[in-house]
Design a binder for this molecule. Sequence first.
Ligand SMILES: *Cc1c(COP(=O)(O)O)cnc(C)c1O
Length: 361
Amino acid sequence: MIPLIKSYIPPPEVLMPQLQAILYSGYIAQGEKVSEFESKLSNLIGNPFCVSLNSGTAALHLALLLIGVGNGDEVISTALTAEPTNTTIALTGAKVVFADIDYSTGLISPDSIESRITSRTKAIMLVHYAGMVCDMNSINAISEKNKIPVIEDAAHALLSKYKGKYIGCNSAFTCFSFQAIKHITTVDGGALFVRNEEDYSRAKKLRWFGIDKAVPRMANNITEAGYKYHMNNVNATIGLVQLDYLAENVLKYIENGHYFDDHLQDVGGVTLIPYYEDTEPSYWLYTIKVQNRDAFISLLADNGINASPLHLRNDNHSVFASDQTLPALDKFYEEYVHIPCGWWLTDADKLKIISVIKKGW
Ligand SMILES: *Cc1c(COP(=O)(O)O)cnc(C)c1O
């Protein structure tokens, strides 16, 4: 079976000596390797304010806290995502207000965002779903006009681009995940990118109980209680090795994505997803809309190809119960499916995927 998702782990002869060295170094907690990982990731993304964390969920939670989201506030978000996008909002005490998606892309609709804004709206949470970048031109305009900050959940969008720059440079808050199935994995891990010194130093304190690591331990004074959200040297060591392979690996996702963009055009029963102006996806998954989805999935399965929708719409969870109607999502949710697109596809796999789909279902 050609899988839909697969963790990339660097070759053992490269990874294991470094992992062994750090495990027996006596320094397995947050230290040098974590700083090295942050600076390497910062250089890659092109934003110096990188706070590494133990999960993408921690990054989302800290972004919300930095904005000051809490009880009685509302955060506009999307229902087509992994749960942490929205459970972190609920954790702050704020209400998740679902905006609808744009039916053509599955990504959060700027018009719908605008229609959900109230005096209680504290943030706009958006998700670059499957690596496709949201309509940032429109969303940034709404954010500026209404003075509501944007949080980018970029768990699927490492090395996706907006206006030629990597995601992570644009909004006040961008959250990445290095969980098992993402573009790169540190086993578990995440990073928050911010845009100024103030958010940066506050995030670094919040990830470590509220303690300022730049001040001697005995001279510290916690002014705001924080969490235990930091990355450790072991995960950072894996991340550092992963970064050596990242460009090559993500390039494969992107090349495969372009291949499907070209070869699935004008195939009956398939609708391709257009990309917004000034955006370039990094194709964590390749998403299409199909007619008779169950038959499509069976056809691919019968031919050894795993295709599937991946996320339960979050408004189905009673913890997010709301009276918002999402008619575009209702339609999209019945039709969307992901096909494999990652580093593990061979040329033969790609040919096979195309020829099976072209057979029809
Ligand atoms: C994976 C994921 C997260 C959370 O990342 P973790 O590192 O698992 O905490 C957040 N948002 C989306 C959309 C994800 O897919």
